[in-house]
Design a protein around this ligand. Structure first.
Ligand SMILES: Nc1ncnc2c1ncn2[C@@H]1O[C@H](COP(=O)(O)OP(=O)(O)OP(=O)(O)O)[C@@H](O)[C@H]1O
Ligand SMILES: [Mg+2]
Length: 358
């Protein structure tokens, strides 16, 4: 177990700066998840931590020790990739043992660790098989097992579940969290997947274009996004954004689709600060409810209904704005309806910078 810290970490490939000064702080034993759109630098950051790439600038500290210049083998890091990178000509047992053999670990210790990892991951019946005779989920478990037998102090995961079918994803996701809780090794996990991010993370880092946008518990980030990017990226279906809304002259309401939606009385917010200002209004699809006609509700015209068992995601328009409403499947949605949003569930963003206005 080790805490991980980076200071002003930068990485360029040629003229392109991919990481623009990353300051991570991952406490010892915690499970950190990095999320962000494709190409934002997540894998690059993990590869820097593993020592597979060299930083252009900045420092990496494990347990306070500067490891920036260390070779991968001297960092005691186990990395699990999306492609499992198993040795095809070795059995599961040999795949599990290989890293320890390289380190000249005694044979009885190797046997004990392989047996234990196989038991934990349900791999015992598969130990003599070759990777080609395993399903995707089984291969992924072998890849995890190789990390576990090493007893590394830091686990790095780069989208390890993205090749699995949904049922297996859920199962292996739960396995990963169980392993973490049992072994207590610090883990840093990269994913695109909302559910993985929300369920696995003690600490969520939201990245965009090589910069950390926000750090917090999944719930903090969901409830209190720092800006429009984070608000739109975390949560599924994504938050609705309605541009060009105006706050009333008294600062007590915001005009959305020609309706006056009251803003919550807020201790921190001076009404005068927002009065009359043009803002972007954000509303999560799950924060809308269908109501009878009401002065504080906005009209919604559904065009496409996606039924997901108990829930319906209705895609449609609020006046001139496109959006999504998530409601219980037993509600009538066919024609236009009125939707209500609790004042405390309205988000306001600066129209120019996207910063959250509180
Ligand atoms: N070896 C390299 N040489 C040049 N450019 C690279 C190299 N590795 C990565 N990049 C570029 O750096 C950027 C970040 O890549 P990275 O793989 O870190 O993104 P990512 O966030 O992991 O994306 P994804 O979610 O698609 O895996 C991309 O624009 C990519 O093309
Ligand atoms: Mg990647």
């Amino acid at each position: 177990m080790v805490n991980v810290e980076t200071q002003g970490l930068r990485k360029s490939f040629g003229d392109t700066e991919v990481l623009k000064g990353i300051d991570l702080r991952v406490p010892e034993g915690s499970f950190a998840v990095l999320v962000g759109p494709s190409g934002c630098g997540k894998s690059t950051l993990l590869r820097l931590l593993a020592g597979l790439e060299q930083a252009t600038e900045g420092t990496i500290l494990f347990g306070g020790e500067d490891v920036t210049a260390y070779a991968p083998k001297d960092r005691d890091v186990a990395m699990v990739f999306q492609s499992y990178a198993l040795y095809p000509h070795m059995t599961v047992r040999d795949n599990l043992a290989f890293g320890l053999k390289l380190r000249k670990t005694a044979a009885d210790i190797i046997d004990a660790r392989v047996t234990e990892a196989a038991a934990v991951l349900g791999l015992e019946p598969l130990l003599e098989r070759f990777p080609r005779a395993l399903s995707g989920g089984q291969r992924q478990r072998v890849a995890m097992g190789r990390a576990i037998v090493r007893r590394s102090k830091l686990f790095l995961f780069d989208e390890p579940l993205s090749n699995l079918d949904p049922a297996l994803r859920t199962q292996v996701r739960v396995d990963i969290r169980k392993q973490h809780d049992r072994l207590g090794a610090t883990s840093i996990y990269v994913t695109h997947d909302q559910v993985e991010a929300m369920t696995l993370a003690d600490l969520l880092f939201v990245l965009s274009e090589g910069e950390v946008q926000q750090v917090g518990s999944p719930l903090e980030v969901y409830e209190d996004p720092a800006n429009r990017f984070v608000a739109g990226f975390v949560g599924s279906p994504a938050m609705n954004f309605i541009d060009g809304c105006r706050v009333s002259a008294d600062g007590a309401a915001v005009l959305v689709a020609e309706r006056r939606l009251p803003l919550p009385p807020s201790e921190g917010r001076e009404p005068s600060k927002l009065a009359g200002r043009e803002v972007c209004v954000g509303v999560r699809p799950h924060d809308m409810s269908i109501v009878e006609a009401s002065a504080h509700a906005i009209p919604f015209t559904p065009s496409i209904l996606e039924t997901l068992g108990p829930e319906v995601h209705a895609h449609g328009t609020f006046g001139a704005h496109e959006g999504v409403v998530a409601v219980s499947a037993d509600l009538p949605l066919a024609r236009g309806v009125m939707v209500h949003v609790r004042p405390t569930r309205l988000y306001l963003f600066d129209q120019a910078t996207g910063a959250t206005l509180r």
